[in-house]
Structures are given as C-alpha cells and as structure tokens.
Design a protein around this ligand. Structure first.
Ligand code: AMP
Length: 423
C-alpha cells in the first residue's frame, strides 16, 4: 500500500518521500486513516515500528486544515516520558512539516535544562507542544502557555506515562485540557491495568495492534550467555573483540555500575561512557551525539536509555544486568534492529539471575538456549554449564531446572523474581 492511499495532503506526501519512507509501516497504515477521520486511537506497536510518524502526520494534516490565528494556539500536545524521546519526536515533526504551506511552530519542553529559553520560545504562541509532564506543569504554573485550545492529545510510551511516577502530573494536565478532543495513545506494551485506564479516557477508540511476538521479530537475534557475575566485564570485552562489534549499548542496573564499568573499559582503552539520570542534560546529549557519530564505542546505561532512543545502526544491545521486568526487556532490546536493520541482543545470566531470566523468557514465550563461551564457563554452578553444554533448555514450567526438582533456594529466587514483576 503506498502512502498516497492514506488520504494525506501533497505537502506531507512530499515530506515522507524526502525521508525515503517508501511505504507506510503497519502501524502507520492502520492508524493514519483512523486519526485523519478524527477517531481516538489506541495503538500498541513495537518500538522502531514507525509510530512517531503515525501520529505526527495526522496532527500536521489537522493543523493544515485549521485557520491560522495570531498569536498561535496550541492545537496538539504530545506527552512523552523522557527528554531524549521529546527531542526525537520534535525532530520528526520538524522534518515531516518541512513542506507544509505555512510554517509550523513546534516547542519542545523538558526538564533538566534552563526553563527560560523554553518560555521565550513559547512567546507568541505555538502550534504543537512536545513535553515531559513535569516541565509542562512548571510552564503552565508560570502562565507561559495555555493548553485549553488543544484539539489532539498524544501520549507516546503511554504505559510509562500511566505509571505511578507520572500519574499525578498526568492527572493535573488532563484536567486542564478541553474535554472535547481527540486522543492518540501509543505504547509498545499495554498491560491490562494501563488498558483499563486508557479506556476511561478514550472515546470509542480504534484499536491498532501490530505487536509481533518477539520471537517472530526477524531482525533481532536474542542470545543468553551463562557467565559468573565477576567475569562479565571480561566477557563483554571478549565478545566485542571476537565479534568486532562497532557500537554496543550495555544496560546495567545502577548508576554506580554504569560509572564503574565505563571506567574499567576505558582503562582497557575502549572508548566508553556511562549514561544515567544523574548526568546533566548537556552531558547526556553529548554522550548520545558522540555515540551516534561513532566517536564513542560503548554506552553503559541504566534504563533511562531503554525507551525511545532511536540510534540507527546499533548492532548490539547487551543486558549486563538483567532488566527488572519483561516490559523493560522489550524496551531495551528494541534499541537495536530498528527500521529494518538487523541487531543482536545478548543477556548475561548468572546463577543468581537464572530464575529471573526464565520468567522473562516465559513472559515473552521464548526459549533461548543458554550459551557458554569457551574460557568463560561459569564455575559457580556446574549445573548451568553442564546442561547448556548438553544442549538442554530450562524448563520454565516449574521454575526449576529441567529434570531437577526445584530446591528451596530455587523457589525463593523464583518468588523474588516474581515479586519484581508484580511491582
Ligand atoms: P519510531 O518507531 O517512530 O521511533 O520510528 C523508528 C524509525 O523508523 C525512525 O528512524 C523512523 O525515521 C523510521 N521510519 C518511520 N516510518 C518509516 C517508513 N514508513 N519507512 C521507513 N522508515 C520509517
């Protein structure tokens, strides 16, 4: 199906062809016509599926049909959970709006940087606001803008925005929006609780679901490697050298680990930087820019980087520490294999994290063989190494290892992992 059959105006068709988007992705083909008709949309789509253009194109078309007012009034509000995603969405709008007959003014607002330039930009009004919730509220409190004229509300990564951390802020923002509006909610995952919440806000939504089961995503090869906790940095270096990985995004559980491992790699003359929430926004932007420009080989990141980042040609994601949940796992590995490129996602699994990893597998309907790399055989559990060497898989049905009854310790570990999921 070509873009021209979606009902888009010529200036937007020109923009998609300038971006070399040859045909709509499945989420675009399904969501764009519905959004153009003014319907609410609940879209669940994998990261990298092209969901940004799926909501940006209809917003721009709506703007094109709206009479120009001076000062400009905010017609679309896009809420996102992270600063990086904010910048990325803003960039996509800028490019797709390039050929619009009248200039579209987009304001990007997020915390961690000075509020004054954002206030200046909002003077004279704006057409579209892309915002993280906290900073948007700060600006609203300062009367820097009004969102009473919003015709369309977009929630990108809606599951995160409905999280407890954002719930109160989101509630305050919703109360300031007109009741009559279009809602476009997108997310990689829609757990039942989020769906229930979304349905209280949506009116007769068109449900668009194009989540492929992870195992059927052809361009991300998932691997799990058994390794003792203390040897993971060495294994990472070994894999980088052996596979000649050009760029690697490594996920860890804490800021401290990010700093420490980046330090170790730098001592081994590998160009690495940590990436976590305590770095200044300037530093985070710089690290990403260096990584994207291949000046940096490795980023050691906390889950701050798990969502939204779009890095072309990122061949490898490594779960040095396992993610807390299956949802985080999807987001992390979605950083690679974007826009049709191929990618590899490697998870390091130690004796202490086996049970947790099996739960992630179970949630994903996956069954990965646990590989053992020569020279890095785990010594803390002979069972893991022996079973893997023999090609056995874990039995996920009882939380134990195939052919073995789960020990008391196994059960405790599985219960602890389950508790993490239920958090
Ligand atoms: P997103 O899921 O919105 O983050 O998009 C992921 C990547 O896909 C971005 O780099 C987009 O530029 C790209 N993209 C979006 N739509 C298309 C399309 N129709 N054809 C090719 N690439 C696309």
């Amino acid at each position: 199906m070509p873009f021209s059959s979606l009902g888009l105006i010529p200036s937007l068709l020109r923009a998609v062809s300038a971006k070399a988007y040859l045909a709509p992705t499945p989420i675009q083909a399904a969501a764009i016509p519905a959004a153009l008709q003014g319907r609410d949309v609940l879209g669940s789509a994998q990261t990298g599926s092209g969901k940004t253009a799926a909501f940006v194109l209809p917003l721009l078309q709506q703007l094109d049909a709206t009479a120009f007012e001076s000062p400009r009034r905010v017609s679309a509000l896009i809420l996102v959970p992270t600063r990086e995603l904010c910048a990325q969405v803003g960039e996509e709008i800028r490019k797709l709006a390039e050929h619009m007959p009248r200039a579209v003014k987009v304001s990007i607002v997020f915390g961690g940087v000075s509020i004054n330039p954002q206030m200046m930009r909002l003077r004279g009004g704006t057409d579209i606001v892309v915002a993280t919730p906290g900073r948007l509220l700060d600006l609203l409190d300062k009367n820097a803008l009004s969102i009473g004229s919003v015709q369309t509300l977009v929630l990108d990564e809606a599951d995160r925005l409905f999280d407890l951390g954002f719930a109160e802020e989101l509630g305050r923002i919703l109360r300031l929006l007109p009741e009559q509006r279009q809602n476009l909610f997108f997310s990689a995952t829609f757990p039942p609780a989020v769906q229930a919440l979304a349905h209280t806000l949506l009116r007769d939504p068109v449900r668009v679901e194009v989540i492929p089961a992870l195992e059927s995503v052809p361009d991300i090869v998932q691997r799990a490697i058994a390794v003792d906790t203390g040897r993971r940095t060495q294994l990472l270096r070994h894999l980088m050298a052996e596979n000649r990985w050009s760029r690697v995004l490594v996920f860890v559980a804490t800021k401290h680990a990010a700093e420490m491992i980046a330090d170790k790699l730098r001592k081994a003359r590998i160009n690495a930087e940590p990436f976590h929430g305590e770095l200044s926004q300037g530093k985070r932007t710089q690290v990403l820019a260096d990584f994207k420009a291949s000046r940096l080989k490795v980023i050691i990141a906390t889950d701050v980087a798990a969502r939204g980042l779009d890095i072309a040609q990122l061949p490898v994601v490594v779960n040095f520490d396992l993610p807390r949940s299956a949802v985080d796992y999807i987001h992390r590995i979605g950083r690679t294999g974007r826009a049709g490129e191929s990618g590899v996602a490697v998870s390091f699994v130690s004796v202490d994290t086996e049970a947790h990893f099996r739960l992630i597998e179970k949630r994903q309907g996956l069954s990965l063989p646990l590989e053992v790399v020569a020279g890095f055989e785990p010594v803390h559990t002979t069972t893991v190494a022996e079973l893997s060497a023999a090609g056995s898989l874990f039995d996920t049905s009882n939380g134990g290892i195939k052919g073995h009854r789960p020990s008391k310790k196994d059960k405790l570990r599985a219960a602890a992992a389950q508790a993490q999921f239920n958090k």
